[in-house]
Design a protein around this ligand. Structure first.
Ligand code: NAP
Length: 237
């Protein structure tokens, strides 16, 4: 970890990303801002069957929004959906089974989704930290495939759907880890150095904040033009 990145973590990370950071920021929360109702708006929450994603989906459901849970495991996802419906009383909770580490599945999902649904807000919440180097069925390193490429493919595919609606938003959950690492665009598959899942995750999470997005988009577009299985079904040899 570079010295200045360690310093950034201590200066910014501890102040803004930890429990004490939350407690400090929450002093400026305006209670009325939190009293929002969202009937008529549709939200997609990836990884909505557990943790932050489930809590987010629950709050949206309680506030009257339509929720699309995008999850990879059917039984975990069904359990979460049932709990959200039971606790919120909101029946407009839809489930879509998609493995976000598989670009072709994402394209196929969006192709079907847009025939039947509208979307106002995409919340890219799903994430993973796989500590041993693992490859997906497409031969992609799993952390990168899920945390970076999957987010990029899903967001890109959904932009035309979001653009049709009023006040569309995309929210991507990052991590304080992004402060300590920068994406190594010369080794996106983490093949060239000893594999460290925590550091790979931190690299993956640094890609979407605005200050780095130009670099990231250009590197991913470069990949898109290359040999990755990114094209929508039917458009790839
Ligand atoms: N908790 C923290 O302290 C913390 C700190 C910084 C950032 N974050 C970020 O916050 C987000 C939510 O994390 P969490 O703490 O709530 O963890 P979590 O409970 O483990 O939630 C992660 C979710 O992502 C899903 N997921 C992982 N890989 C997937 C894939 N290939 N396709 C579809 N879904 C997939 C998981 O599904 P399964 O249930 O099937 O595994 C799970 O629903 C993540 O992006 C994480 O990086 C968390």
């Amino acid at each position: 970890m570079l010295l200045y990145r360690s310093a950034a973590w201590f200066a910014k990370g501890l102040r803004e990303y930890t429990k004490s950071g939350y407690e400090s920021a929450s002093k400026d929360f305006v209670p009325d801002d939190l009293e929002v109702q969202v009937p008529g708006r549709a939200f997609m929450v990836t990884g909505g069957n557990s943790g932050i994603g489930k809590a987010t989906a629950m709050e949206i459901a309680k506030r009257g929004g339509t929720v699309h849970l995008v999850c990879r495991d059917h039984s975990r996802a069904e359990g979460a959906r049932a709990e959200i419906i039971r606790e919120s009383g909101n029946q407009n909770i839809f489930l879509h089974i998609v493995d976000l580490s598989v670009p072709k599945s994402i394209w196929k999902f969006v192709e079907n989704f847009k025939q039947e649904h509208t979307l106002n807000v995409l919340i890219n919440n799903a994430g993973c930290m796989v500590n041993k180097r693992e490859l997906t069925e497409d031969g992609l390193e799993k952390n990168f495939a899920t945390n970076t490429l999957g987010v990029y493919v899903l967001t890109t595919a959904l932009i035309p759907v979001l653009e049709k609606e009023h006040d569309p938003r995309v929210i991507t959950v990052s991590s304080g880890g992004m402060l300590v690492q920068k994406l190594n665009i010369d080794d996106l598959q983490s093949e060239r150095t000893a594999f460290d899942g925590t550091m790979v995750y931190a690299q993956n999470k640094g890609i979407f904040p605005a200050q780095e997005s130009n670099l990231c988009l250009s590197c991913l577009l470069h990949w898109q033009a290359g040999s990755l299985p990114l094209a929508p079904p039917g458009k790839r040899q």
